[in-house]
Ligand binder design. Structure first.
Ligand code: ACO
Length: 470
């Protein structure tokens, strides 16, 4: 990795995108089969019905600041980056600890030793979409006349917890950090991108004293699917105008990855894209792909969000696409749960580590980002096939190669311990002064954790020594 961008700031930067990535998830998890039994729901509801195997969670030792400190420092250390060479740092999160002071400012303590306090960017919030907004901001900065030649970093981080009830099993926690600059191995294609935004109360957090959202689960699923339809229709139109002579369909890209509240919704989403393709196709009868779907020709998208017949038929027909283009992105989503803002980027990490470097070279991936309330975008990432970028991609692969091991060495907690921990978080959230009681014994090397909160709500953190230092 060059010390800073090799491109002079007076020349227009090319191929702006992701140069390095790191992911953090908690060292504790609860098993979803055990949670089904504990919650008294029918066996298979969380594991098969929602497609989740495990859920990561945090004790009172971790908060949004500690998650972001951990993932930022891990990114800097693993890729041997210098804090002096960072000109912008953006945080996307919906885990709000302070209505004024941003998480970004807390992260500035990591920059102190370098003497670099010239770092633009603050926090961006709208449910699970904040990380994508932060990414777009960082890309725009590098492509703008304000760019000074240094790198940007985007962090998406959240602790996703729900009140006791049917949404609780769709929680999770984690953070992703991305280094942004020109000549990237993972290029964000700015030409083809679509956005759909609307005012809706599907999921929101009006109670400042609680970590929990107010959520209308069914409405949130409907909003997600409507946003997906709208983004895909605008996206395919643009893609056709820009570069494709024929229709843009599921065959036009190598990967389709989605914000993942739970994995089954992602599988349904891919099926939904096939439904869109089918309805858009002027001659669907000529396509083997659509055999057996003729009866759905008159389906209206807005009437079909919960139409089981349509859903089942298109999930079946899109299964080969799902296995090839989407399932490889679901490892972290399945094992950690919904991390909110980092969910989509955890899916990107999973997709990258699933494939070999030669399989990734030249691939085009479509990403769908959704945040309740609602904000959504669909955009494209192209994996460079150029030799220097392949070397950088190899470094990303190498730095993420410990993800499987980290997932496998997490410590399983019983559903009872999980419930107790959430109760403790509930009772002590925003207490000041407060000294956390959770154990740090099983934390991964390099994990930052909350040491104490003083009577003025000022938070102090400590760190488990990094792997290199142990
Ligand atoms: N074996 C197999 N499948 C089962 C079983 C079983 N024993 N029992 C139930 N199921 C299936 C159901 O048929 C259903 O499948 P379907 O969705 O394909 O119809 C699925 O499991 C879920 O069961 P429901 O009864 O629909 O679940 P419930 O309504 O209790 O909760 C929900 C699901 C609404 C997603 C809830 O967990 C929630 O509110 N989560 C938070 C909101 C959310 O994630 N929204 C998504 C977008 S917004 C965001 O990202 C936050």
């Amino acid at each position: 990795m060059p010390a800073s961008s090799t491109q002079h700031p007076n020349t227009r930067p090319k191929d702006v995108g992701i140069l390095a990535m790191e992911v953090y998830f908690p060292a504790h998890y609860v098993d979803q089969t055990e949670l089904e039994a504990f919650d008294g729901v029918s066996s298979g509801k969380y594991t098969i019905g929602l497609g989740q195997s495990a859920m990561g969670f945090c004790s009172d030792r971790e908060d949004i600041n500690s998650l972001c400190l951990t993932v930022l420092q891990q990114l800097m250390e693993k890729y041997n980056l210098s804090y002096s060479n960072i000109g912008r740092l953006e945080v996307g999160t919906e885990t709000i600890l302070d209505k004024s002071k941003s998480v970004k400012t807390v992260l500035m303590q990591l920059f102190e030793a370098s003497g670099n306090s010239s770092v633009e960017g603050i926090d961006t919030t709208n449910a699970c979409y904040g990380g994508t907004a932060a990414l777009f901001n960082a890309i725009n900065w590098v492509e703008s006349s304000a760019w000074d030649g240094r790198y940007a970093i985007v962090i998406a981080g959240d602790i996703a917890v729900y009140a006791s009830g049917n949404a609780r099993c769709t929680g999770g926690a984690g953070a992703v950090a991305m280094l942004i600059g020109p000549n990237a191995p993972l290029v964000i294609d700015q030409r083809v991108r679509s956005t759909y935004m609307q005012h809706v109360y599907d999921f929101y957090k009006p109670d400042m004293l609680s970590e929990y959202p107010v959520v209308d689960g069914k409405l949130s699923v409907q909003c997600y699917l409507r946003a997906l339809d709208q983004c895909y229709q605008a996206f395919t139109k643009k893609a056709q105008q820009e570069e494709f002579e024929e229709l843009f369909t599921l065959s036009s890209a190598d990967g389709f990855i989605f914000h993942s509240p739970y994995c089954k919704l992602v599988q349904k989403s891919l099926a939904r894209l096939m439904l869109n393709d089918f309805l858009q196709d002027p001659n669907p009868d000529f396509q083997d792909l659509y055999k057996g779907l003729e009866e759905f020709r008159e389906v209206k998208l807005e009437d079909s969000y919960f139409n089981k017949q349509v859903e089942t038929a298109f999930m079946k027909s899109s299964q080969p696409f799902f296995i090839q283009k989407t399932k490889p992105s679901l490892l972290i989503a399945n094992q950690v749960g919904n991390m909110y803002t980092p969910s989509l980027y955890g899916c990107l990490v999973s997709f990258l580590i699933h494939h070999s470097l030669s399989e990734l070279s030249g691939k085009r991936i479509v990403l769908f980002s959704y945040g309740s309330g609602l904000a959504s975008s669909m955009f494209t990432l192209v994996i460079s096939a150029e030799a220097p970028q392949q070397t950088q991609l190899q470094k990303i692969h190498q730095c993420l190669s410990d993800v499987h091991n980290r997932l496998n060495t997490r410590v399983k907690q019983t559903p009872g311990q999980f419930e107790q921990m959430l109760k403790l978080r509930e009772e002590t959230h925003h207490n000041a002064p407060y000294t956390p009681v959770g154990s740090t014994e099983n934390f991964f090397p390099g994990t930052w954790y909350l040491k104490e909160v003083d009577d003025k709500h000022r938070r102090q953190y400590e760190k488990i020594p990094s792997a290199a230092a142990t």
